[in-house]
Design a protein around this ligand. Structure first.
Ligand code: PGA
Length: 259
């Protein structure tokens, strides 16, 4: 089974909708200029809620070779949840992907594996692909507990999903100490945990789900370090923060296969 690599740009809380239009056009132009082949890798941009409509209109209107998605979603279907955005609303804007359980949400908004699980279910119920984020902090890494700790997050975040659902989603392994710090996990570090995640999914959901699920690495990925990370067998893409705001750098990540 061949898994198409997925390069996802997580813009975080950057760029208003006017600036978003500029970045999308710039990225599209850069990918075209560099002869991006969408058969070889897949690209998506995960943008702030207020940018989604603008980005969707550009991508669909100009048939750009990437998709768009959101960075979070409510666990609730609808109702009295001031400030929340539902999966139905995101699906109506043709979001392909939804990030759930990013470490910044786990840390600043107290999201537990149960909440992350409910968000993944909400996305799946509306036909979107969740990008389920997991990963350890520096203290856990120093204690050498990063593998069991991360597998525990995977277990809680995917609890009760079917093998088919797990095979179709994306897990992003992002060691918290490598996010936005310039500190990249070595390819061996990334492979160790991504391989363990695939092994765990095989045990819990079966070999077919394990062969199909895409596992990304995230944490200070750039054009200059992506190729060696992607050379590892269990790494199927990258969740990219800072570098996704720079069209040339993000294009180099999407075009990793040329390096
Ligand atoms: P970074 O962020 O690439 O800026 O380290 C990654 C992420 O948080 O998804």
């Amino acid at each position: 089974m061949s898994r198409k690599p997925l390069m996802a740009g997580n813009w975080k809380m950057n760029l208003n909708h006017v600036e978003a239009a500029g970045l999308v056009q710039n990225l599209a132009w850069t990918l075209k200029d560099r002869k991006f082949d969408p058969e070889r890798s897949e690209a998506t941009v995960l943008v702030p809620y207020t940018d989604i409509r603008t980005v969707q209109t550009l991508i669909e209107g100009d048939k750009l070779p990437f998709s768009h998605g959101a960075q979070d979603v409510s666990t609730h279907e609808s109702g009295a949840f001031t400030g929340e955005v539902s999966a139905d609303m995101l699906a109506k804007l043709n979001c392909a992907y939804v990030v759930v359980g990013h470490s910044e949400r786990r840390e600043y908004h107290g999201e537990t594996d149960e909440v992350v699980n409910a968000k993944a279910r909400a996305a799946l119920a509306h036909g979107m692909t969740p990008i389920v984020c997991v990963g350890e902090g520096l203290d856990i890494r120093k204690e050498g507990r990063h593998v069991p700790y991360t597998l525990d997050q995977v277990k809680g975040s995917l609890a009760g999903l079917s093998a088919e659902q797990v095979g179709g989603l994306v897990v992003a392994y992002e060691p918290v100490w490598a996010i936005g710090t310039g500190e990249v996990a070595t390819p061996d570090d990334a492979q160790e945990v991504c391989g363990a995640i695939r092994g765990f999914i095989s045990d819990e959901f079966g070999a077919e789900a394990a062969a199909a699920v895409r596992i990304q690495y995230g944490g200070s990925v750039k054009g200059s370090n992506v190729a060696e990370i992607m050379a590892r067998p269990d790494i199927d893409g990258a969740l990219v923060g800072g570098a996704s705001l720079k069209p040339e750098d993000f294009a180099s990540i999407v075009l990793f296969y040329e390096q």
